[in-house]
Design a protein around this ligand. Sequence first.
Ligand code: ADP
Length: 210
Amino acid sequence: MNIVILLGAPGSGKGTIASRISSENPQLKHVSSGDLLRGAVAKGTEAGKAAKEAMDAGQLVADELIATMIKDVIAETEGDVTMLLDGFPRNVKQAEILEAMGVPLRSVVLVDVPDAAIEDRIAGRRTCPECKAGYHVRALPPKVEGICDKCGAKLVVRKDDNPETVKDRLKVYHAQTEPLIEYYTKKGLLRRIDGDQGPVKNAEAFLAAM
Ligand code: ADP
């Protein structure tokens, strides 16, 4: 197994890219830290209870809490797989924890989108609570309004996708996650794609870069 990290602001399209390319290639496994955490919150596990407040406020949950979840997913992954790690690591401490897990890092791909585009993207975002598919009311609408194409569930607006919380999430991204760009550049692992080309071209550019 090896790992490709997706780096980028909230709403930059990391999840859309990772779910698109992994659905077409069984060797790629998409692991989203946000989906793992929302799953834990929905189930009401101890980890979910501990994470909920920070998530609702657009802040990061404790490093050890999310790192343990990622470690468990890595432990249960077998065979010749490239894991597309979406949302982890999100600060330098988490990058160090990941390194200590000992899984080879293939590359880190930054999905580059200007802040000005982010707020509109998140305002129009709709999410399937069942299969986690992501949509946008204009850029990537479902075939039937409000209904997931893939599983037929009713789409929702994520609780942390309101404009106020989005501002806080962007602040957290710039302060805590952006330093990873330099961190991975120094290690010679960083690649960059333009994340503003639409879902199909974004996915192609990512595959070519990773
Ligand atoms: P987005 O990338 O759109 O911000 P995510 O689904 O990746 O959304 O994350 C949602 C929330 O889950 C974050 O705002 C944060 O509270 C929490 N979270 C996700 N990944 C991590 C992480 N690696 N470390 C700490 N908190 C995280």
